[in-house]
Design a protein around this ligand. Structure first.
Ligand code: CAO
Length: 424
């Protein structure tokens, strides 16, 4: 079965997380992703958070599956010649260096278009044009400047970042969509284009419902937020709302049996209006179905603390899985809080390939998250990440370099052959 992006060649100039997330997705869909790394150094994440000395970190291996690695010193004249040959033969160039880094190398958009007018040139940057356009940005900076942190956490606590990497991986995902859109456009325009995605913009897009609430605030209080029921006035900006649901249906994280010893013995419970009567039956309050204080959603809003306390009395008698099983019977939406350990051991996630075991030559077997996007005709197999410079010789050969030229390039410091890398 052919892969969806088979035949697409990606010049992958990405590092750390946001860019690599994007190119990993494209690689999973079958694109030939050629990751360019600095000789002897490579993507900085190879050496970050190393759990096994001198072995590519999980940070790197889990973000660079299905790619090939070539080492090129872009600041070396001969290195730049190789890069220009790659530009001529690739469909997409993806990068997420600090603003201006590619221009300083000499790979301006103008030069790229001269070399290959069909080239799609895609970048992640921290900010779009404006006062911060030259700033370097990491995950949490994006979460803070994109509206997520100001709306995450509890009202009486400081802003919080979330563990989901919405700034890095989220923006990489946005960029991947931009790239395939540009590839589709190229099929009839014949031309490449610039694709850019700013991390601040990507986070703001994911925090869209909070911008919705910002505008609702001008017309009155946000009645589904707990602070409304608690009689606490709203300010002029969307407040942090703890675990109140973002979808307009009040929700909370509630304790389950065993919560005293297990930090994840909790369940997310939503008091969705269509299943309210079932909720009343399940928790043992059937009279609430007709009671004027509880029967209608509007009547419940000022009483959410009391209502959730009563529901929690019920959830505390069940494990999170028992509660889920009972609630699912009535189509009452709920979500047990699953730990990373539980997810790692989840049989159905293993079955679908969302959790996969991968074998790596220096690391051995490790667990990774596979492609969460499933295509029926082109399934993804997760292949291990490349060693630094592992495919240098192969890619140079494909570019037309003879073996003596390849040796000369390594001697000139433009590349490093695998042997040289392995000895370092
Ligand atoms: N050969 C020679 N030099 C190379 C090279 C190669 N193969 N690859 C990269 N370099 C050089 C670049 O040319 C640049 O040099 P100059 O600054 O002299 O022009 C330098 O290495 C890398 O620059 P950087 O500023 O991007 O790296 P950094 O570690 O200082 O910053 C980061 C990292 C992530 C903050 C920055 O790249 C950034 O803001 N990127 C955009 C936003 C982004 O993606 N952030 C998410 C990071 S986590 O996913």
């Amino acid at each position: 079965m052919g892969k969806a992006l088979e035949g697409v060649r990606i010049l992958d100039f990405t590092h750390v997380q946001s860019g690599p997330t994007c190119t990993q997705l494209l690689a999973w869909f079958g694109a030939d992703v050629i990751k360019v790394e600095r000789p002897g150094v490579g993507d900085i994440t190879r050496g970050q958070l190393q759990d096994i000395p001198k072995v590519d970190s999980l940070y790197f291996t889990m973000l660079n599956h299905n790619k090939r690695s070539i080492t090129i010193d872009s600041k070396n004249k001969k290195g730049m010649e190789i890069l220009e040959r790659l530009v001529k033969t690739c469909d997409v160039l993806v990068e997420n260096f600090a603003p201006g880094a590619l221009d300083r190398m000499g790979l301006t958009w103008e030069r790229i278009q001269e070399l290959n007018p069909r080239m799609i040139y895609a970048s992640v940057k921290g900010f779009g044009p404006g006062p911060y356009e030259d700033c370097k940005v990491y995950e949490n900076v994006a979460q803070c400047t994109g509206g997520s942190a100001s709306t995450t956490g509890f009202r009486d606590g400081p802003p919080l970042v979330t563990g989901a990497q919405i700034g890095d991986s989220g923006t990489g995902l946005h960029l991947a969509l931009g790239i395939v859109t540009a590839l589709f456009h190229r099929t009839h325009s014949g031309k490449g284009q610039r694709v850019t995605c700013a991390m601040q913009d990507g986070v703001l897009n994911l925090a869209r419902v909070k911008m919705r609430d910002q505008q609702r605030l001008t017309h009155g209080p946000l009645t589904e937020y707990s602070q409304y029921g608690e009689g606490i006035p709203f300010g002029d900006a969307v407040p942090r709302a703890g675990n109140d649901s973002g979808g307009g249906q009040p929700g909370r994280i509630l304790k389950c049996k065993g919560w005293e010893n297990d930090p994840n013995a909790y369940i997310y419970f939503i008091t969705q209006a269509p299943v309210w009567e079932a909720i009343c039956d399940v928790i043992g309050e059937p009279e609430w179905k007709m009671h004027p204080d509880y029967a209608k959603p509007a009547a419940r809003l000022p009483r959410l603390n009391e209502i959730f306390a009563r529901i929690e009395k019920w959830t505390m008698t069940k494990t999170k899985f028992e509660a889920m099983e009972m609630l699912n019977k009535y189509d009452i939406p709920c979500g047990p809080i699953l730990s990373m350990k539980e997810l790692a051991e989840d049989a159905s996630l293993r079955g679908t390939g969302t959790m996969v075991e991968v074998d790596h030559p220096t690391r051995g077997k490790y667990l990774s998250v596979g492609n969460p996007i499933k295509l029926s005709a082109s399934p993804s197999e997760v292949e291990r990440s490349p060693l630094l410079g592992e495919h240098t010789d192969a890619v140079l050969t494909e570019l037309g370099y003879a073996s003596d030229e390849i040796t000369a390039l390594a001697q000139a410091g433009a590349t490093a052959t695998v042997k040289k890398v392995a000895a370092e």
